[in-house]
Design a protein. Sequence first.
Length: 206
Amino acid sequence: MEPALILAMGMFSLGMSISPGPANMVIVASGANHGFRRTLPFVSGATVGFTLLLAFVGFWLFKAIGGHPAFFRALGIAGALFVAWVGWKIAAARPELAVEKAGVPSFMQGFALQWLNPKAWIACASGAALFSDPRTHAPLAVFVAIYAVVCYLSLAAWAVLGDRVAVLLDSPRRIRAFNLAMGGMLVATAGYMLWLQLFSAPATAG
């Protein structure tokens, strides 16, 4: 497997995992109100829930498109364009993060939230379309493994951020820089994957 592809998987995983979303906001709120350690069960539940969701969507999608390489390529292009749009939205987002009071979230709440989280479903569908190969399960399996690790570390970073929210989130300039970095990372990943879909050799089933 090409190092550039593995790097793209990591960049996609990081950009989608660490960018603001429902789970991230719950984690920030919990970290701010209850501390880092008491937030870790939710982080673990969200990671396990997302990893299982990604495997479910990815391997189901793999079977659905295995005999239709043209459809596979079309999905890959659509996924790359969507990721670019998400990256642009993140980069252009207003430098604000709302932190609200909440109870201590549990492992099961984190697990369930990912299966009810539109961002998680979109990330799974886009990632599976971009990194699946109708000829082999290997790229998708590597992608799932990379995403699991990156997801946990990213969500844990949000817990740390929440724990130190008074210090780290007091500057719109810092949040703006963060949004630009994450959005730019997603746009760069989308560009690479779009190039791969448009100019690589057509995939064949079998």
